[in-house]
Design a protein around this ligand. Structure first.
Ligand code: GLU
Length: 308
């Protein structure tokens, strides 16, 4: 049975990998341009002791926007819904993840949701800590608990590369500061945000984090890592806004709560069933992994994983 499952997964990965040829790796963060576009790795965790893997699953990659799900959960745990949603809304946007346009069109000027960069910056400003390093260590501690891997840290080269080129994110942050959505030093926030995005892990780690979300906030040993209500709320954002401005089509074609990052990773959480970690750095024009989206489509169809 297990052999059959492995064979099925390997076949789906081989099929999905063909999609990678259509895409390109992100280059606007110079360090990400070094990624191998042909890689595809998948890890699936159902709470048993091992992850079910196929492809280059030991490959390290950075979380990028998938980190937004984790900072949102942490900010909600520390500050509560009232404080978080005073700074960021709950509505999807049809705009690209780094767009500034809706901020000016909205009154008050708060970001539409926590999965776009403006919203994520507002959420990251709520993470506890005096310095960017303090905030990072606090976030890493939470990620260690979510994944069960205490060795997860961040990639300094990727963080520096983004920090040096993050002019658009700086502009978003200054706009938010002017409109009292964030307070404090913008450069400290950008330093923390770029380190947060550069947190580096494997597909197995990502699948275990997805499992906690899928399992109503408990890890596979039954330990409560986050309250049920926060796991529910975060998964809802993953459905409505997790796959950038392709979230609607993804919900129809795949139907799995998921969040992607421009490194090519995708964090998936199938409620009460599975955590999924994917890495495939060749992206489509919206920033989603071509092969990653395809493997999720194949998995969802084969194992009936859509929540709808
Ligand atoms: N660090 C990236 C940025 O802010 C994350 C974007 C993403 O993965 O969507 O541009």
């Amino acid at each position: 049975m297990l052999c059959q499952k492995q064979q099925d997964l390997d076949e789906m990965v081989a099929e999905a990998k063909k999609e990678a040829k259509k895409g390109e790796v992100a280059t606007y963060i110079p360090a990400l341009a070094k990624a191998d576009p042909n890689i595809l790795a998948v890890s699936i965790f159902d709470g048993a002791s091992h992850c079910f893997v196929s492809g280059d699953s030991e490959h390290l990659f950075t979380l990028q926007s998938a980190s937004k799900v984790i900072t949102l959960a942490l900010a909600l745990m520390d500050c509560g819904e009232a404080v978080v949603f005073e700074k960021v809304g709950m509505e999807p946007t049809g705009d690209p993840f780094n767009s500034i346009s809706k901020l000016e069109a909205q009154f008050p000027s708060k970001p539409l949701n926590p999965m776009i960069n403006a919203g994520a910056l507002a959420v990251s400003s709520l993470i506890k800590g005096e310095t960017a390093q303090d905030k990072l260590q606090y976030l890493l501690h939470f990620i260690h608990r979510l994944s069960g891997n205490k060795h997860i840290t961040y990639n300094k080269e990727v963080a520096r590369s983004e920090y040096e080129t993050a002019d658009l994110n700086r502009a978003l942050a200054y706009f938010l500061k002017q409109h009292h959505i964030i307070e404090g030093d913008v450069n400290l926030l950008i330093e923390f945000y770029t380190m947060q995005c550069a947190i580096e892990l494997t597909c197995d780690d990502l699948a275990k984090i997805g499992f906690v979300l899928a399992n109503e906030g408990r890890n596979h040993e039954g330990e409560v890592i986050m309250p049920y209500e926060i796991a529910r709320l975060v998964k809802t954002f993953m459905v409505t806004c997790g796959m950038y401005n392709a979230s609607g089509e993804f919900a129809i074609k795949v139907g799995i709560p998921a969040k992607s990052g421009v490194s090519g990773c995708i964090l998936g959480a199938v409620p009460n069933r599975l955590g999924i970690g994917i890495y495939g750095p060749a992206l489509d024009e919206k920033g989603n992994s071509y092969a990653g989206m395809k493997i999720l489509e194949l998995l969802a169809a084969h194992y009936h994983l859509s929540i709808f």
